[in-house]
Design a protein around this ligand. Sequence first.
Ligand code: SF4
Length: 188
Amino acid sequence: MKISRRNFIKASGVAAAGLGLSQLGFDLSPIESYAAGLKIKGAKEITHICCYCSVSCGQIAHVSKGKLINFEGDPDHPISEGALCAKGAAAYQIHDNPNRLKKVRYRAPYGTSWKEVSWEWALEKIARNIKKSRDSSFVEKNDKGQVVNRTNGIASVGSAALDNEECFLYQTFLRGLGLVWIEHQARI
Ligand code: SF4
């Protein structure tokens, strides 16, 4: 039988504690009653990695009746051992948040209000703006006459949520455009 670290610790801990306490004459029913009141009782546990940064802390998602009901740190995770930073600890709010934007919004330069736009419109607009900025800020040679092929008019920030393959594609795209101002929001 395959026993996971989580189950082993849970089983041996519960067995040892239960045996020890009951031998000492403790009544364990109040502890059971307390557990019965937790909202995660009976929920399915799904372990996964925090999506926010490359520290890759472990999280447990609790799902009940097909609905995500809780997020918390995974004590069995070898990197984070149950700890999460404020961002990771608040990850449930990605899922359950009335303020979360689900549609693309656009505010024109000097505009004071936002309007809803489609992804097609937004991507077209972004592509046009990149082309315009690159064409107007591209530097082929520096003051010494050396070939540099830089796009000084565009910068990139992010992203901590990308995996290795996505980072490779993103960097290839940015360097191909000639960007040199490339930063990562986790360092800011
Ligand atoms: S954002 Fe926080 S919780 Fe998430 S992986 Fe990074 S350090 Fe860990």
